[in-house]
Design a protein around this ligand. Structure first.
Ligand SMILES: C[S@@+](CC[C@H](N)C(=O)[O-])C[C@H]1O[C@@H](n2cnc3c(N)ncnc32)[C@H](O)[C@@H]1O
Length: 565
C-alpha cells in the first residue's frame, strides 16, 4: 500500500458515507437518509429540495452560510453534471449557460477550460482520486464525484493555487450538494493537493508503462490507446509519436476559420488578431476567444471549421473528372485549373454531399460550386441537422444548392449516376476529433465500430451507384481507425471493380497552402485484406492528417473515380 493509500479519505462501512477519514476537515454530517435512489425519472440527479428524491443535506453549515459558489465554477459543475446525468453534450450545453450567468470573457474562458479539461481528464483524475478515497469511486454520490473531478482539474490541470481550488470547490459543494459532503470533498482535495501533476502521474501511471498505463497517464480509454497505436502504424506514421497524439487530444484546439471562397474576406479577420493558417488556403487560426465577434462570422461568410476538414472538401472539388474518351486517367489527382466549370455546350456539374449535417463542408463546397457554375445537393438523414445544413448554406447563392432530407443509403437507388462529385463524410467513431468533443472518448466503445463500419459501407455503395461515369468520390472520416479507413477502402475496391483509386496525398497537398507531412505507407505496415494489388495496396494512396502533426483533426481522405467503360 502506498504512502497515500493509508491516508485515504472516507472509510468503508463509515456510517456517514461521505465523511473523510480521521474526521479532519469534516464540516458536518449528512442530514438526510443515508442512501436513496438519487435520480429522478429523467435521470437527473437531485440532492436537494424534494422528499424521496435522493440524499438531502443541509444547504450549509451555519458558520459558512456566506460562502457561495462562484459563477464560473458553478457553470462548469452544471455542465459536467448534465453530461453525466443526462448524456448531454458539453459543447451544446456550455454556451447557453455561459450566457445565462452573464460571465465576462475571462470567467467564460475559465469555465470553459474547467469544464472541458475536467471531462477530458477524468481517466487520470479518477485514478488519482481512487488513491485518496478508501472506497470504489462508483460508490460515491455522482455529484460529489464530479465536484472532486473539478477540484482535481483545478489542482492538477490548471495550476489554480491549492487554497483557491479547495475553498471554491468546497463552497460549490456546500451550496449545490450540502454541508456534509463539503467536508469530505475538502479532505479528499487536500490529499490531492499534496502532490503535483507529475508526481501523481508517476504514481498512478509510470512513464515506462504499457498501453494501459498510457491510457491513465493521458486519460484515454485503453481500447482507444490501442486503436490509435494501430492507426499510426497503419497510416505510416511513427508509433513512437503516440504520446504526442494522446497529449494533443487533451489540448484545447485553437479556433480554425475559413473565409468562404468568393463570399468571405479573410483580411478583416487577420486584422482582428487571427493568424493565417500555414496549411489552409483562406484559413486562419484564432486564440482570442469568442469567434462570433469576428467580421463575417455572424453572416456565415467566415466559418469556424477545422483546417483538415477544409482541405478534404477542397481536394474533392479540385480533382479532375475524367472526360468522355479519356481512358488513361490513372491516379492523377492534380487539380485541373478549371475543374467543375461548365463546358461550352455541356451541362454544369452536379455535386452531392451525402452526409452533410451540420453543414461545415457543405458550406465550403457550396461556395466552391458557386464559383465553378456547379450545383450542390446536400443530403442529411436527421431533420434537425438538415435544418443546420440549410442555415450553413444561407450565404451561398440560393440557385446553387438544395438540401435533401433522407437516408443517404437510398440516394444511389433514387438518383443513379446523377452526380459528378460526391462527398461521403461518413458517421464514424470520431477518434480523430477527441480534443473537440471532450466527453466522447468515454462514451464510445469498440462495439460501436461494427455498426458504424457497416453503415459506412452502405453509404459508400450508395454513393458509387449515384456517381456519374468519370465522376469523383471522396471518402472522409474524422477517425484514423484502420477499420473505418484503410480496411473500409480495401473492402470498397473489392466490391467495385469500376472504381479507380486516386492519389489522395497528392490531391491534399495540391490544395494546401503549405507543405504537408504525409508519410508513405510501407506494405508491411498496411492492415491486410489481401487480394489483388489495387485492393491490397489501397492504403498507399490514402491520406491521413493528425492533431499532433498538422494541428488539425485526424481527418482521413480517400479518392476514387468511376471508370468510363
Ligand atoms: C461526420 S458527420 C458529417 C459532417 C459534415 N460533413 C460537416 O462537415 O459538417 C456525419 C453526418 O452523417 C449523418 N448521417 C448518419 N447516418 C446517415 C444516413 N444514413 N444518411 C445520411 N446521413 C447520415 C449524421 O446525422 C451526421 O450529420
Amino acid at each position: 500500500m502506498s504512502k497515500h493509500t493509508n491516508r485515504r479519505a472516507g472509510r468503508s462501512g463509515d456510517a456517514n458515507r461521505d465523511r473523510p477519514a480521521g474526521g479532519s476537515g469534516s464540516t458536518g454530517r449528512p442530514s438526510g437518509p443515508r442512501r436513496q435512489d438519487n435520480r429522478d425519472a429523467s435521470g437527473r440527479t437531485r440532492n436537494r429540495g424534494r422528499s424521496g428524491q435522493g440524499r438531502r443535506y443541509s444547504a450549509s453549515a451555519p458558520s459558512q452560510r456566506s460562502r457561495r459558489a462562484d459563477p464560473a465554477r458553478l457553470v462548469a459543475y452544471e455542465v459536467v453534471r448534465a453530461v453525466h446525468a443526462e448524456d448531454a453534450y458539453a459543447n451544446l450545453v456550455l454556451p447557453p449557460r455561459l450566457q445565462r450567468r452573464r460571465l465576462d470573457r475571462r470567467d467564460a474562458g475559465f469555465a470553459t477550460e474547467l469544464t472541458y479539461g475536467t471531462l477530458r481528464g477524468i481517466g487520470l483524475y479518477d485514478a488519482v482520486l481512487a488513491e485518496c478515497v478508501d472506497r470504489p469511486l462508483a460508490e460515491l454520490d455522482p455529484p460529489v464525484l464530479d465536484a472532486l473531478r473539478l477540484g482535481a482539474h483545478q489542482l492538477l490541470g490548471m495550476r489554480v493555487p491549492a487554497h483557491a481550488a479547495l475553498d471554491a470547490t468546497v463552497a460549490l459543494v456546500r451550496e449545490q450538494i450540502g454541508a456534509g459532503p463539503s467536508g469530505f470533498v475538502n479532505a479528499v482535495l487536500r490529499r490531492v493537493s499534496e502532490r503535483d501533476r507529475e508526481e501523481w502521474t508517476e504514481t498512478v501511471a509510470p512513464a515506462s508503462g504499457t498501453d494501459d498505463a498510457l491510457a491513465v497517464r493521458y486519460s484515454h480509454p485503453a481500447w482507444i490507446v490501442r486503436a490509435l497505436r494501430q492507426a499510426l502504424v497503419a497510416h505510416g506514421a511513427d508509433a513512437a509519436s503516440l504520446p504526442a497524439l494522446l497529449e494533443a487530444d487533451n489540448a484545447a484546439p485553437v479556433l480554425n476559420l475559413v473565409a468562404l471562397p468568393g463570399l468571405g474576406e479573410l483580411s478583416p479577420v487577420l486584422e482582428a488578431g487571427a493568424e493565417p493558417s500555414p496549411i489552409g488556403p483562406d484559413a486562419a487560426l484564432y486564440s482570442g476567444g469568442d469567434a462570433a465577434r469576428l467580421p463575417g462570422v455572424e453572416a456565415g461568410t467566415v466559418r469556424v471549421q477545422d483546417v483538415g476538414s477544409q482541405l478534404t472538401a477542397r481536394a474533392l472539388a479540385a480533382v479532375p473528372l475524367s472526360a468522355p474518351g479519356d481512358t488513361a486517367a490513372g491516379q492523377d489527382a492534380a487539380p485541373a485549373g478549371h475543374a467543375g466549370r461548365p463546358g461550352p455546350d455541356g451541362p454544369s456539374e452536379h455535386w452531392l454531399d451525402l452526409c452533410a449535417g451540420p453543414g461545415g463542408k457543405a458550406a465550403l463546397l457550396g461556395a466552391l460550386a458557386a464559383q465553378r457554375g456547379a450545383r450542390l445537393t446536400a443530403n442529411e438523414v436527421s431533420e434537425h441537422r438538415a435544418r443546420l445544413v440549410e442555415h450553413a448554406l444561407t450565404p451561398v447563392p440560393s440557385g446553387v444548392w438544395s438540401v435533401r432530407h433522407g437516408d443517404g443509403r437510398q440516394v444511389g437507388a433514387d438518383q443513379p449516376g446523377a452526380f459528378d462529385r460526391i462527398l461521403v463524410d461518413a458517421p464514424c467513431t470520431g477518434l480523430g476529433a477527441l480534443r473537440r468533443r471532450p466527453e466522447s472518448r468515454w462514451r464510445r466503445t469498440a462495439a460501436d465500430l461494427v455498426e458504424l463500419t457497416d453503415l459506412q459501407a452502405q453509404l459508400l455503395d450508395s454513393a458509387v451507384a449515384a456517381l456519374a461515369p468519370g465522376g469523383v468520390l471522396a471518402y472522409v472520416t474524422c477517425s484514423p481507425h484502420p477499420a473505418e479507413t484503410i480496411i473500409q477502402v480495401q473492402d470498397l475496391l473489392h466490391r467495385h471493380d469500376g472504381l479507380e483509386q486516386l492519389d489522395a496525398k497528392a490531391a491534399l497537398q495540391a490544395v494546401a497552402a503549405g507543405p504537408l507531412y504525409l508519410p508513405a505507407i510501407t506494405s508491411d505496415a498496411a492492415p491486410g485484406r489481401g487480394g489483388p494489388e489495387r485492393v491490397a495496396d489501397a492504403g498507399r494512396l490514402t491520406a491521413q492528417l493528425w492533431p499532433h502533426e498538422h494541428a488539425t483533426d485526424a481527418m482521413f481522405l480517400a479518392l476514387f473515380r468511376a471508370r468510363r467503360t
